[in-house]
Design a protein around this ligand. Sequence first.
Ligand code: NAD
Length: 382
Amino acid sequence: MRILVLGGDGYLGWPTAMHFSARGNEVMVVDNYLRRNLARETRSEALVRNPNLHERASIFNAVTGKKIEVRIADCSNASELDELFLEFHPETVIHYAEQPSAPYSMIGYREAQRTLNNNLNATFNVIWSVIRYVPECHVIKLGTMGEYGTPNIDIEEGWIDIKHNGRSDRFLFPRQAGSLYHTTKVLDTDLLWFYVRLYGIRVTDLMQGPVYGLETAETGADSQLMPNFHYDDIFGTVLNRFLVQAVAGIPLTIYGKGGQVRGYLNLQDTLQCVELACRQPASKGELRILNQFTEQFSVYELAERVREAGNDIGLKVSLQHIANPRKEKEEHYYNAKHAGLIEMGLKPHLLTGDVIERMLRRVMEYRSMIDKEKVLPRVRWG
Ligand SMILES: NC(=O)c1ccc[n+]([C@@H]2O[C@H](COP(=O)([O-])OP(=O)(O)OC[C@H]3O[C@@H](n4cnc5c(N)ncnc54)[C@H](O)[C@@H]3O)[C@@H](O)[C@H]2O)c1
């Protein structure tokens, strides 16, 4: 299959490109290094300096003999994206190319505007490139569980049947995002739904929870193939942050009471989910929405698990509740359905003590590179 991975230099994009290439697909990756640039601007660089995309593809080629085509281009620029679609004629496009940090989007006007313009224009351009050049192409778009917020009812997989004044209809599940970044994902979904209805394109929107982990089947061949691993308050996801804090001897920083519940998944399961979506595409004129996570935890529970696993291997891990920089409920109901991907064949890798220990040991290899000033929250909501 010809697979175009947009945002192919990212935490998820690079492992995805290697995964599909290793399995015999033709893969082209596209990135404009937005995240690397924003990380430099905000002093949020990854734990390990990753080779650039051309270098990564060369290293991958040297160890596997497989080729990944690399293009440096901006998906928010329609003509640059059109050219790539015309050249590559993808059968599947996996769209990761967005500014994914909630705290970054909440710094101020400039960062909010940059996030809004980048994310919406990228999605809008992907839709139009598909409509114009490859109308049969399956769009796999990464959304986020954060689109739903934390409603006081069960969260369905994308859709809800509503009865009103004796009549009923099916609608997108209500969304109420907690940051400007998450709001751009809500707007992305609305754009996709509009063009699915209007032009009959085929789309899978994966509502993903926070991802953790540093390893996939392909990363073992050479340490330089490791995904970008951020542990700061802006680009680091919560578990990755806790792992680094545990190794650095910094108390794990729990925002507020730590009762915020979210659905999490292992990086290896992201790859499985995207592969399942790819092999079982949405039909023409379908917006298929799948909730992509494997387990729910509160932030406090996550911190407790890291403390336990860390202490088992001789680290001295403690927890610290700090003022919550975000505006969010710290205690709330949360029950999100996620049967769709399991029914399609997902075999979850769960967050056991062994898994945490393995990740801690990997981070310990890079202990001397940890910049302790990156871990405390620098961005406050509102
Ligand atoms: N990592 C997670 O935990 C998580 C959870 C839920 C959803 N997501 C979504 O998954 C996607 C990938 O996330 P990630 O963690 O890999 O983020 P990332 O920042 O590591 O990767 C995104 C990549 O897209 C690139 N990019 C952004 N805008 C671009 C543009 N206009 N043109 C070309 N390239 C562009 C960036 O440079 C970056 O390399 C994002 O859409 C994110 O919202 C991620």
